[in-house]
Design a protein around this ligand. Structure first.
Ligand code: PCG
Length: 139
């Protein structure tokens, strides 16, 4: 049994489409515990840090532009194997490959506007939680 913590973020397309409630509901019903959450505007500086591993990709500019295009809903969730289970619940990054019943499978059609981000490893979760939250914002 591994109790983990992960960082999830409803991207600007998901917030605009009013999917925050549904997405929180899915993780609550699964049994994970919400440790922190906030609606926020991502600055260009934070976006560049968050997506640093993609800095050399041709679509880096688009990534930064999109994630700063409107408010996001940033969350920290805790639970057993939450990092990998949350990614299963999100579905494949490419919505053409994400199964129906997953968040991306149900709600998105494009690779860039894919509704939700989730940390892909323990190290990424730790790094991303630190980027988006202060300790006093987590319970
Ligand atoms: P996420 O949040 O998991 O982190 C990297 C993101 O890059 C990924 O979601 C996708 O939304 C995005 N992405 C991956 N490939 C492409 C691409 O070819 N073009 C664009 N615009 N975005 C991409």
């Amino acid at each position: 049994m591994a109790i983990q913590t992960t960082f999830l973020m409803v991207k600007p397309d998901g917030v605009k489409r009013q999917l925050v409630g549904d997405i929180v509901d899915r993780f609550e019903r699964k049994g994970f515990e919400l440790k922190g959450a906030k609606l926020m505007q991502v600055t260009e500086e934070l976006a560049k840090k968050h997506y640093a591993e993609h800095a050399e990709r041709p679509f880096f500019g688009e990534l930064v532009e999109f994630i700063t295009s409107g408010p996001v809903f940033a969350m920290v969730w805790e639970g057993e194997n939450v990092i990998s289970v949350a990614r299963l619940m999100m579905g494949a990054t490419n919505p053409a490959e994400s199964a129906p019943g997953t968040i991306r499978g149900d709600y998105s059609t494009t690779l860039s506007h894919n509704v939700i981000h989730g940390s892909d490893s323990l190290a990424a979760a730790e790094r991303e939680i630190g980027l988006f939250f202060n300790e006093n914002e987590l319970v």
